[in-house]
Design a protein around this ligand. Structure first.
Ligand SMILES: *[C@@H]1O[C@H](CO)[C@@H](O)[C@H](O)[C@H]1NC(C)=O
Ligand SMILES: *[C@@H]1O[C@H](CO)[C@@H](O)[C@H](O)[C@H]1NC(C)=O
Ligand SMILES: *[C@@H]1O[C@H](CO)[C@@H](O)[C@H](O)[C@H]1NC(C)=O
Ligand SMILES: *[C@@H]1O[C@H](CO)[C@@H](O)[C@H](O)[C@H]1NC(C)=O
Length: 173
């Protein structure tokens, strides 16, 4: 009886240990990426320079991923999450980013030209510094005063899909 108990507890300790070892050696197994990008995990990954241009990635989960210089040109990223992701230098031009989550993300030196960010989230110190935003649509994106201020300094153009002037969507004075 006590031998049975002991072997059961040993077995469960082993199971817990091996599970955590698997997770430790392959962090991708610790969480599955949501969204339609096949079965590939895009969350918590280093996807530097990867080409996602023109792809349909609605609600894709890119949380905490490194997406430096990644190419999302013309991609459909409606409702995708870039929470705490590094998008430094990424090409987000012509992308459909309506309702996407950029909270805590680094979107510096990115190309957002003609992107549609309607209703996107940019809370928790999201930085868009040094990004190209010609023709981008920021309708209903809640921005801090300082974010709005530096975006208004470089805002110009009109979004070809919505017909909105970038400056108007940013409520620039
Ligand atoms: C964003 O990334 C750039 C390049 O690595 C870095 O210089 C900058 O400090 C980062 N900005 C924020 C707000 O984290
Ligand atoms: C930004 O994207 C637009 C549209 O794809 C392109 O015409 C432009 O050359 C890009 N700018 C830079 C600096 O890469
Ligand atoms: C936001 O980031 C800027 C630098 O990009 C920094 O100076 C500022 O303190 C940050 N604010 C908060 C609330 O973290
Ligand atoms: C941008 O365009 C959409 C659709 O055309 C419209 O619903 C929205 O109110 C516009 N935003 C601004 C700030 O005018």
């Amino acid at each position: 009886m006590s031998y049975l108990c002991e072997s059961i507890s040993k077995a469960s300790i082993l199971a817990v240990l091996s599970a955590s070892l698997v997770f430790a050696s392959n962090p991708a197994l610790a969480f599955k990426g949501g969204g339609p990008y096949g079965s590939e995990v895009t969350r918590g990954q280093d996807l530097t320079g990867k080409d996602f241009s023109g792809q349909t990635l609605i609600k894709q989960d890119f949380k905490t991923s490194i997406l430096r210089q990644a190419n999302f040109k013309g991609a459909k990223l409606l409702g995708a999450s870039f929470f705490d992701a590094d998008l430094t230098g990424a090409d987000l031009s012509d992308a459909d980013l309506r309702g996407a989550d950029f909270s805590l993300a680094n979107v510096t030196k990115a190309n957002l030209s003609n992107a549609n960010l309607e209703g996107a989230l940019a809370t928790g110190n999201t930085s868009f510094k040094g990004s190209i935003i010609t023709g981008a649509d920021f309708t209903d994106v809640p921005l801090r005063g300082d974010q709005r201020e530096y975006l208004c300094k470089v805002a110009d153009g009109m979004n070809p899909i919505t017909g909105n002037e970038t400056r108007e969507t940013l409520l620039c004075k």
